[in-house]
Design a protein around this ligand. Structure first.
Ligand SMILES: Cc1cc2nc3c(=O)[nH]c(=O)nc-3n(C[C@H](O)[C@H](O)[C@H](O)COP(=O)(O)O)c2cc1C
Length: 440
């Protein structure tokens, strides 16, 4: 009798295992199918407004992100704007990034051509992020596509910038965080984790007050009539330019690269981080170690976006005492050389025709600012990519701003670092990162 029960049990067990084996691959195959995304939705938000609103969000509600919003954010990040071009500029024409999307059920990889998510792995890996959110977006460097880590970081900087601008425009939020934990999802051996960005609905709603307390001889930043979506879609790049720029156009481009917002951040989250007036790009540790230079027909200028920039500790103290104190922005351009040096500067780049541009903006890394006294030291070579990320985000803003003002810009790598230093009167504590020509 007992023997019979065992026999029956054995048969049932075998059937279950067989059935299981037969069904398992079917489940795998069905999950392996593409997860098609709905078409992205255009945002009405004017480009300058979305740059003004750029800010980091670290606290999220449990509300899910809809597929429509995810689709819009991913398209802005790395989708296609026509048959050939993606939403971001590939430095030297190379695109070498991938995007992973960590959802509750599984990890997916963004397939830009099909605008779909490809199943990568089952499981909920979202807790690898620094901040809890319904979605984590991972950005990686594909070493098979480029060996130039810093230029890929500059591309990833543009992707991150679009994720943040679009998320904020959709009333979602995100923050750039370092991506090493992404390796836990098991990346292919040619991919290196760079950035993780949580995506969700901000716990503390955005609350901005328009307060353009800007003391400057430069024209005031104006709103174009171009939306963020249109600027991304119609990004206009050139290698030759003909006409001059008005002072307004020049100021808009320079401001977009590294300026301050005209909005006062009145939200609760800003109180935690003492940042009430954000800048046009994020910066690792909030160090903001870049300096922007403008080379025009009349001379070379250092762009000073705010004189109290080095006084971060002092500003924090003021906000401790007066949390709502609307500190003004004091911006100006410091002339460091007379005369037209555009040709010399263009000869120090990989694209000498940029000499025809009426404005060359150069982003330069000030190494001293990557190791402020009493703070973590990020001046080493191994951290250099962080600053290229920031330079990429900044250069991308210039591309968008130029498009919004019917101008054309570009991103060109420097080739002769020593000569650029000498033109800008800088020592080897300064590293020129990218050159952005702007014109008509
Ligand atoms: C490359 C990079 C890495 C960053 N890493 C982190 C991070 O690991 N954690 C974090 O909370 N914020 C991180 N940030 C966000 C900065 O702290 C933030 O941009 C800066 O403090 C300015 O604040 P805002 O973006 O709200 O204006 C990073 C930003 C960049 C550009």
């Amino acid at each position: 009798m007992k023997k019979n029960i065992y026999k029956k049990g054995l048969v049932v067990g075998i059937i279950i295992i067989f059935f299981g084996l037969a069904v398992m691959p079917a489940i795998e195959t069905s999950t392996l199918n593409d997860y098609p995304l709905p078409p992205p939705t255009p945002t009405e938000m004017i480009l300058e407004q979305s740059i003004f609103r750029r800010s980091s969000i670290r606290d999220f509600t449990d509300e899910l992100v809809t597929d429509e919003d995810l689709s819009t954010v991913l398209w802005a990040a790395y989708g296609y704007i026509n048959d050939e071009n993606r939403t971001v500029h590939g430095i030297d024409g190379i695109h070498a990034a991938h995007i992973y999307v960590l959802k509750e059920d599984a990890v997916y990889k963004y397939h830009a051509l099909n605008h779909s998510l490809i199943f990568y792995k089952t499981g909920d890996y979202r807790d690898i992020g620094q901040y809890d959110a319904p979605i984590q977006i991972g950005l990686v460097w594909d070493k098979n596509k480029s060996s130039q880590e810093n230029y890929v970081a500059a591309e990833i900087g543009q992707i991150g910038q679009n994720i943040q601008l679009m998320a904020n425009a959709l009333d979602l939020g995100t923050v750039v965080t370092v991506g090493w934990p992404l390796a836990e999802i098991g990346l292919p051996s040619n991919e290196v984790a760079k950035i993780i960005m949580p995506l969700g609905h901000p716990k503390y709603p955005y609350d901005f007050i328009y307060l353009p307390l800007v003391l400057s001889f430069l024209p005031r930043i104006k709103y174009s009539n171009t939306s963020l979506t249109t600027a991304i879609e119609e990004r206009n790049e050139a290698i030759y330019w003909e006409d001059n720029l008005t002072k307004q156009e020049q100021t808009q481009a320079i401001w977009s690269s590294y300026g301050f917002s005209y909005l006062f951040d009145n939200s609760e989250s800003s109180l935690d981080y003492y940042i009430r007036r954000h800048r046009t790009v994020p910066s690792a540790h909030g160090y903001y170690p870049l300096q922007m230079y403008a080379v025009t027909e009349t001379g070379i200028y250092r762009c000073v976006p705010n004189i109290y920039n080095p006084l971060y500790g002092f500003i924090t103290l003021i906000y401790e005492i007066f949390p709502k104190f609307p500190i003004p922005v004091l911006a100006f351009m410091l002339k460091i050389r007379k005369g037209d040096h555009r040709e010399e500067m263009a000869q120090c780049s990989s694209q000498p025709s940029i000499a025809s541009a009426p404005l060359l903006i150069i982003s330069v890394l000030n190494l001293k600012k990557t190791k402020p006294i009493g703070c973590d030291d990020f001046s080493g070579e191994e951290f250099r990519w962080l600053w290229y990320f920031e330079a990429g985000a900044s250069a991308y803003n210039v591309l968008l701003e130029a498009t919004a003002w019917n101008l054309s810009a570009n991103i060109v790598p420097p080739t002769n670092i020593e000569s650029i230093r000498s033109l800008l009167k800088l020592n080897d504590n300064f590293i020129p990162l990218l050159i952005m020509p702007v014109g008509k």
